[in-house]
Ligand binder design. Sequence first.
Ligand code: SF4
Ligand code: SF4
Length: 262
Amino acid sequence: MKRKLKIGIFKLSSCDGCQTVLMDLPSLWDLCEIAYWLLGTDTKDPPRVEIAFVEGSVSTPEEEEFLKKVREKAEVLVSIGACATSGGIQALRNFMTEEDYLRIYPEPEHLRILSRSLPAGEVVPVDYEIYGCPINPKLFENFVVSYLYNKKPRIPDHPLCMECKLRGNICVMDAYGIPCLGPVVRAGCGALCPAVGRGCYGCFGPCRNPNLKSLTDWFEHLGVSREEIVGMFRNENAYAPEFRRLLEEGLEGGQNKPADAG
Ligand code: SF4
Ligand code: SF4
């Protein structure tokens, strides 16, 4: 390897799952000089780096300010994981009224939060996005190596079904009538869930041009209720534009709006 890449791994609102996955990647230490990583360094201020990898959604004013600083000091900024690329589970509150979601806190007046939980790309310019909940460390490694060799990184945007077929899985929807989001979700996980006989539940977010109408019609044909179908899309990628539209407009453009949509 000709040189090491100077990187920072930054965290916003998240469960730490994506950055924890990176600990399983021994090559990370050979490929990169890690200038910032709260899990392994005690640096507080974001240093100047070639690539800033950002995990988590922007949920508080402090995170918004911190992310802007990170952006200023990074040549390239990469969002990693569903929280940073589409707002994560935290963004489910974006479909509710403030009154609804604040009622779970005994003293909500102490909270300092933004009115919505946002993907990083809605706050600062983002150069690349690596998807998943959590991300696939192999795709992360491919990104770093590709960057070092001036190659285009492999960031799949085709449907999971292709990956599933290539793996030789039996189609759980076709064979057993189990609803599966694979036809509208991007590949990248290795089709893990269908490989163990369950349907995909959407960790990697919408694929390119997902045909949601066709899939939701098929789910209805399988006997899945409309309420259950809406529930399937209320996942960690619910706030990704394609899924968000379906949740806000309903299955037939405005009908079947989720009960708590704001
Ligand atoms: S994308 Fe998933 S695994 Fe990664 S930080 Fe968010 S919730 Fe955790
Ligand atoms: S199991 Fe799901 S992901 Fe696999 S081919 Fe069938 S619909 Fe597609």
